[in-house]
Design a protein around this ligand. Structure first.
Ligand SMILES: CC(C)(COP(=O)(O)OP(=O)(O)OC[C@H]1O[C@@H](n2cnc3c(N)ncnc32)[C@H](O)[C@@H]1OP(=O)(O)O)[C@@H](O)C(=O)NCCC(=O)NCCS
Length: 228
């Protein structure tokens, strides 16, 4: 599913403040320290808690191998100014349906700065640009409003709740499914590129005139993405 371009470890994805790059063995300590926090692990399906130190290097190896084979695209999230410093991870995974599924986490000290939204928007732009997929999916635990907000700011729409197996949490948990269709993404990108969100005459429009499905935060974040 993932193209030649992403299958080499020189692949980089650049956003306004971040570099997303392949994970390396040198990231092991940063992954163990940050993914090992309960607040991070408990919202994910596959991060164990406590995180066994001996599991980190095999995990990095498996992620690199899957990247090389085009089975998935899993990237370290790093600040552009410090690309050796992993602050989180993000990945897109193949599903049997053909629609990729994305997941992500950041170390707690980096929460609340918009980094996850920036990384998610960078990844979805890349996926829709490089891969012929009709949509991208994600899900969150229903007790995870921060992740829900990241997806909403990126144009995903909720599709309902379901019980999902979260192997590292040891059972089934209520989760919410999200989906971003290519057509929605393309519309959001074109609105941003034409300055739709910032045109003064449009800002003066009444709420009755406004596009009903597009929250103000999303207008802003999409236009920022396009401007970058
Ligand atoms: C989810 C996660 C990646 C978000 O990272 P982040 O960089 O803080 O996200 P952003 O700053 O881009 O956006 C977070 C949004 O959630 C909002 N938010 C945070 N906590 C919230 C809460 N308790 N209730 C409601 N909204 C909340 C923030 O205000 C922000 O929205 P805003 O920009 O409209 O103000 C991070 O919390 C994390 O790693 N959590 C643990 C792992 C995880 O949940 N992974 C996702 C699995 S589906």
């Amino acid at each position: 599913m993932f193209p030649e371009l992403t299958r080499d470890d020189v692949f980089r994805l650049e956003t306004r403040r971040l570099w997303l790059r392949w994970p390396r063995m040198a990231d092991a300590a940063a992954i163990l320290r940050q993914a090992g926090e309960k607040a991070v692990a408990e919202m994910t399906a596959n991060i164990p808690h406590p995180y066994p130190p001996e599991a980190v290097e095999p995990f990095i190896f498996a992620m690199r191998k899957g990247n090389a084979l085009g089975e998935h695209l899993v990237l370290a999230v790093t600040p552009r100014a410090k690309p050796n410093e992993l602050i989180g991870m993000i990945g897109a995974h193949r599903q049997a349906s053909g629609t990729p599924f994305i997941g992500y986490w950041l170390g707690t000290q980096h929460w609340g700065k918009g980094y996850a939204t920036e990384a998610v928007q960078g990844l979805i732009d890349t996926l829709f640009s490089l891969v012929d997929v009709p949509a991208i999916e994600a899900d969150t635990r229903v007790i995870n409003p921060a992740s829900r907000r990241v997806l909403e700011k990126s144009g995903f729409r909720p599709e309902g709740s379901f019980l999902k197996s979260l192997p590292a949490r040891g059972g089934l948990f209520p989760c919410e499914q999200f989906r971003l269709d290519r057509s929605t993404w393309a519309a959001l990108k074109s609105w941003g590129a034409t300055g739709w969100a910032h045109a003064p005459e449009l800002e003066a429009r009444t709420s009755a005139d406004a596009e009903p499905e597009l929250p103000a935060r999303l207008q802003q974040s999409q236009s920022e993405t396009c401007a970058a």
